[in-house]
Every structure is written in C-alpha cells, then in structure tokens.
Design a protein around this ligand. Sequence first.
Ligand code: CP
Ligand code: NVA
Length: 312
Amino acid sequence: MHLITLKNWSETKILKTVEDCLKIKKYPEKYRHAAGGLSLALLFQKTSTRTRCAGEVGIVQLGGHAHYLDWRTTNFGLADLSDEIRVLSAYVDIILARFLKHGDICEAGTAASVPIINGCCDRYHPTQALGDLMTIQEHLGRLEGVKVCFIGVHNNVCNSLIAAGMKVGLEVTVVAPEINPAAVDKELWSEASQKGCYKSVETDSIDGALGLQEIIAQNDVVYTDTWIDMEFFTDPDFAEERERRIKKMMPYQLNLALLKGLDCKIMHCLPAHRGYEIAGELLDDPRTIIFEQSENRLHSMKAIILELLGRL
Ligand code: CP
Ligand code: NVA
C-alpha cells in the first residue's frame, strides 16, 4: 500500500489516520518502538525543510532509522528509475520520495516492493493534506462541514486539500486566477464538486477586495500557498513568468486589511514568501495556526509511516 494520492484512500482510512495523528501527538512515548529496527529512505529531487525533517525525525522517534538520499548524489539519474527503486526496496522498509513529476512517483510506486510515500510532486502533496486535516480537527473540533477557502495559485497543495477534504466533508472554495498546468485534475475537481465539497470561484466575478472579503467571511479557514512552486523559484527560464504571476496575484495577497474583522483561522503549508502570497504580519496574527500546522507535519508523518507499515 502506498500514499501517492489521497484519491484512492477511503474516508475510513483517512479519518483513522487523522485520529492516529492526534494520538501520536498526545502520547508520543507509546509509539517509541512502533517502527523498531525499520528503515525509511528519503529520496529527494527537490529541497525541503518540513517534509524531510518530519520523515527523518519521525522514523527515529518511532525507533527506526532514516537514510536521506539527495537524488543528485545517487545513481538514480544514470539508470532506469524502476530498476533503482527495486534496489532501494531491498534495502529499506519504506520510501518517502519527493519527485518533480507525478509520473515518476507513480512509476516508483509500481516498481517498489515496499510502501512509497509521495513527499510532494507537481500534482499532489498528500502528506501535507493529512497534516492539515489533523490541524483543522485540532483547532475547529471537527472536519465535516468545515469551510476552507484556498486563495492563490491552484497547485499540488490545493489538489490534495480537495482530495482529502471531499472524503471527510470539508467544503473547499478555491479562488485561483492561475492554475499550475501540472495540477489540472478535472476528474478530481468534478468528483469533489459533485459531492458538494469543492467549488471554484470565477475570479472575474469578484468585486475587488470587498468581494474577496465577502467570500472569506463565509469560511472558517483561509489557506494560501506560494504562487510559484519551489523548483521554479530561482529558475532563470521562469523569471518572466514569475514577474507576470506576482503582478497578477498581488490583489489576492492575504494581509491584515483583507482579513480585517474576519473571524477565520489562517493556514499556509510553508515555506511562506512574506510580502507575496501572505503579508508577514499575518504569520504572528492571533488567528494564524500556521506554526501548529507545520509542527503537525511531524506527528502526522509518524502516523502515515506506521499506517503504511501496518503498525497501527
Ligand atoms: N510544506 C512543506 O512540504 O514544506 P517543505 O517543502 O519544507 O517540506
Ligand atoms: N506548492 C509548493 C508546496 C511546497 C510545500 C511547491 O510545490 O513548491
């Protein structure tokens, strides 16, 4: 069993994992040997702070071992991905992989004989979404019927929020004047919208900042993420597109003026780009649960590892 996308995880399994995340956070000592002697390989093509640390620290706290592999220092790039994944599967018990392309994480899943966790590709970020559900449950006391408004570029994080959310009854409203091409998943959007768990607001129909405020006011949570995925941030070929996006997206920045008087929790998967998708002042706002959300990546990663290892 893998975690490549939450689309094929059942409601029961997602809810159980969220419960386990909360138990592991509350009683970490009970799980100190839960993955005793087992090894987790982390295979990363991209940079990471949270996902990497959650995997490395998480498996050690569960009594296991972590092996971090920076893609560029391995022979993966010289060989067939499936061959190398078969080899890695013989060395370790579970693999957390952050690949650029969704197709590659799928190929790895087919080749692996141990569980594979998608640590964020260009299409989905499922471990983020499970941590987000845990955080929403923790701070709002429920998942069913919680209204979440994602404002920004429709991306991997947004897709996984929708995929997870539709299984547990979140109502996700997306305000996204831009969609990352790799994140287009009409099948997911159509299924979620038929269930009443997802709607996309036509941004041309929004009446300026006041219109945006009215939309946010109908939600319990407002969520944003980077306008530019990490692999493009310093890419000179993306420089022009980066400037175009910044100009187009600025009116959608989360800031104090926009959220004035609104009683909603503020979420962001981090890393935050202060002054772009979110004003720095909101990181310390009493409504923010961003740092709890990021801490929860550790507890939730432990639950995901144990779930996939069949140790829960
Ligand atoms: N949110 C998240 O996945 O952060 P990292 O890229 O630092 O892992
Ligand atoms: N959408 C972001 C998520 C980072 C955790 C990216 O892919 O860079």
